[in-house]
Design a protein around this ligand. Structure first.
Ligand SMILES: *[C@@H]1O[C@H](CO)[C@@H](O)[C@H](O)[C@H]1NC(C)=O
Ligand SMILES: *[C@@H]1O[C@H](CO)[C@@H](O)[C@H](O)[C@H]1NC(C)=O
Ligand SMILES: *[C@@H]1O[C@H](CO)[C@@H](O)[C@H](O)[C@H]1NC(C)=O
Length: 614
């Protein structure tokens, strides 16, 4: 009796832990080995996995990315050296990795050869997720033999959970190749080994925007995304088990054939839809909702100092041409703020952002802090037209001896007050800086043996000459910033600021399958437990408290130092007066078009800022 009880109680646990997939790993491994047998005479074979990062750790709250990991580097060393900057120059800014231990120029990447193939034999997440997709990205392209550009976008459509029609927990195979005959051979081997034909998906890479084969082919990287309103234990276990459960093969031709029967890329899915004649006018609904919020806050002395719309960012993927225009043809002459933010964005997503932004690559507006947003109203009587704000910063060394810069410090630069900057994931001012006005001097930031952040100066322009000084930079550094106009009104926290994002619940209406709104606090950007992030579902009922009773189609998200509304729908944020405010939103996958929502299809989110009259 006792034994039986024990067995019963341990049974469900064992099932979850041992089979996240409806087809056992041993069976999927046999499919993989059938592909190996089929191709081994013509291709060298490397076995690896599709590995995910923990949810919320890669610049994407409520999401994660997976990439292909092989025990040996797939990219040729000469290409890798080029991408790392030792043998090539950069025609446009190289990516700033949000997590350099799992992302990098030579991790997950491979050269685009028609007759190579990347074969992923995986399993869908064990329970339904709001978004899952696989997309081959153009990581880098040569503009000449020794100059390289990093578009990090894809001219190819995704293969996503809706286009696949795959049930949770079922196996899938994705074959990325430019060679139709090879794709057919692999498919035949898989089917003969028992893989269900409907689970096999081809990802053709032959596309006019991709340079395949030749001396300097493009470098590609497949990005697999998962976004969901939450990450319950079974999904977390799926992510953790990915290095062993999600199989990958890289097949490299031993003798690349001169003639290849090309496998063309699928066309992009159209984002636009016929306007829904029955849809309410959400723009006027948002006007009314914003008046309701204003009225309610007026009773506690708040006045609306700013309102504006959240414009779309990373805005492409509507047709073949716009991806080229934005990114692949070069992005040095950028007048669009989001260019430097393009980092594996996908046309399955409509990204929006609003607030104060500075371009880390220094291209847009010379890297000056500037305003992003479509202003609807400003009340300068409340906040003044301009202000000088004193701020403090300090340098420090991380445990890994990387130099970090802390901002938002108090006037003593106390350790518990300073927040680490957006560049925390990479060393501050990495590498050697030659001083432009003095070609005989160069400096680098580093950490001394006892872990103090130092600035070292050298004779000569490459930090290899005689060291002329090494001084600590761990002092409390102050500076005054001047803000005015829209940047001041819509992008900077004042003493009394409370802020809101309001908008339409597009998941509820089927215009998206995943939707979140968040305020990226860059000090905890990659910390899943500490993010000011709302999934749309958690905002159900959030407009009601402000008196909106027409429908349940709208949401109100508050981001404030002290919540004015229901705490359930408010994230307390740790900003000082003078700190920048930026809010972002992601909307993945219109369920009608199976790609990203159309930016013109529905009224954009709005940002409302309230202050107390001084
Ligand atoms: C950026 O700021 C600098 C220094 O204030 C200024 O000289 C420059 O004109 C600004 N650039 C742009 C594009 O606003
Ligand atoms: C001090 O702050 C100024 C302005 O923010 C900055 O340009 C400078 O690099 C900082 N220097 C040090 C050593 O902290
Ligand atoms: C700012 O720094 C300078 C020296 O770098 C110092 O003389 C001054 O007192 C500081 N100001 C404030 C308000 O901390």
């Amino acid at each position: 009796m006792l034994t039986k009880l024990l067995l019963l109680s341990s049974f469900p646990l064992a099932t979850i832990a041992e089979s996240p997939c409806s087809v056992p790993l041993s069976t999927r491994t046999s499919w993989q080995e059938a592909v190996v047998s089929q191709t081994i005479s013509s291709h060298s074979v490397t076995r690896g996995s599709l590995t995910f990062s923990p949810a919320g750790t890669i610049s994407n709250p409520s999401g994660t990315y997976g990439g292909h990991v092989f025990p040996t580097q797939i990219l040729a060393t000469s290409t890798c050296d080029c991408l790392s900057g030792s043998t090539c120059t950069y025609a446009g800014p190289p990516p700033k990795f949000s997590n350099p231990s799992v992302e990098g120029p030579c991790i997950n990447t491979y050269s685009a050869k028609s007759s190579s193939a990347l074969v992923t034999i995986g399993c869908m997440p064990p329970s339904p997720v709001q978004y899952w997709s696989y997309q081959t990205n153009l990581f880098s392209t040569y503009t000449s033999e020794n100059e390289v550009l990093f578009p990090e976008v894809s001219p190819l459509p995704t293969i996503n959970h809706l286009t696949m029609g795959a049930e949770p927990g079922t196996p899938y195979v994705i074959v990325t190749t430019g060679d139709k005959d090879l794709a057919d051979d692999i498919t035949e081997a898989l089917v003969n080994a028992g893989a269900p034909p409907q689970s096999i998906h081809l990802d053709g890479i032959s596309h006019p925007s991709l340079k395949v084969d030749g001396q300097t082919p493009d470098v590609l990287e497949a990005v697999v995304r998962i976004n969901n309103k939450d990450f319950p234990p079974d999904l977390t276990a799926y992510i953790e088990a990915s290095p062993t459960e999600q199989l990958a093969l890289f097949l490299d031709p031993i003798d690349p054939p001169t003639e290849v029967n090309l496998l063309p890329a699928s066309p992009l899915r159209k984002r636009s839809v016929e306007p829904d004649p029955g849809a309410p006018d959400y723009s006027s609904s948002l006007d009314s909702l914003s008046s309701l919020i204003s009225k309610k806050l007026a009773s506690s002395g708040y006045v609306m100092s700013y309102s504006g719309e959240m414009p779309e960012s990373m805005d492409f993927g509507y047709d073949d041409a716009d991806t080229n225009a934005c990114c692949i043809d070069g992005y040095m002459e950028s007048d669009t703020y989001w260019h430097s933010m393009v980092h594996f964005s996908t046309s399955d997503c409509l990204y929006r952002a609003h607030g104060a932004y500075s371009d880390p690559s220094g291209i847009w507006n010379d890297g000056n802090l500037s305003f992003v947003g479509n202003t609807l109203s400003v009340d300068y009587d409340v906040i003044g037209e301009k202000a000088d704000v004193q701020s403090y910063s300090t340098f420090s060394c991380s445990e890994d001896n990387e130099v970090l810069i802390g901002y938002s410090c108090d006037d003593q630069c106390s350790e518990d007050v300073c927040k680490v900057s957006p560049l925390s994931a990479i060393p501050y001012l990495e590498g050697c800086i030659s001083i432009p006005s003095n070609d005989k001097l160069s400096v680098e930031f580093g950490c001394s043996d006892d872990g103090v952040a130092v600035e070292r100066s050298f004779l000569g322009s490459d930090c290899t000459g005689i060291k002329i000084s090494e001084k600590s930079v761990e002092t409390c550094n102050n500076s005054t910033s001047h803000f005015e106009g829209e940047l001041w009104a819509g992008g900077i926290a004042k003493d009394t600021t409370v802020s809101f994002v309001i908008g339409v619940r597009t998941n509820k209406l089927g215009y998206s399958s995943f939707h979140n709104v968040y305020l990226p606090d860059f000090s905890s950007y990659n910390d899943p437990d500490d993010q000011a992030n709302f999934g749309e579902e958690s905002l159900e009922g959030s407009a009601e408290q402000w008196g909106w009773e027409e429908d349940d189609d709208l949401f109100v998200a508050e981001f404030s130092r002290e919540c004015t509304g229901d705490e359930k729908f408010c994230k307390e944020i740790n900003v000082a007066s003078g700190d920048t405010l930026i809010v972002m939103s992601r909307q993945y996958l219109d369920t009608r078009t199976l790609t990203g929502p159309d930016k013109d299809d529905i009224a954009p989110h709005r940002v409302l800022i309230f202050d107390k009259k001084q």
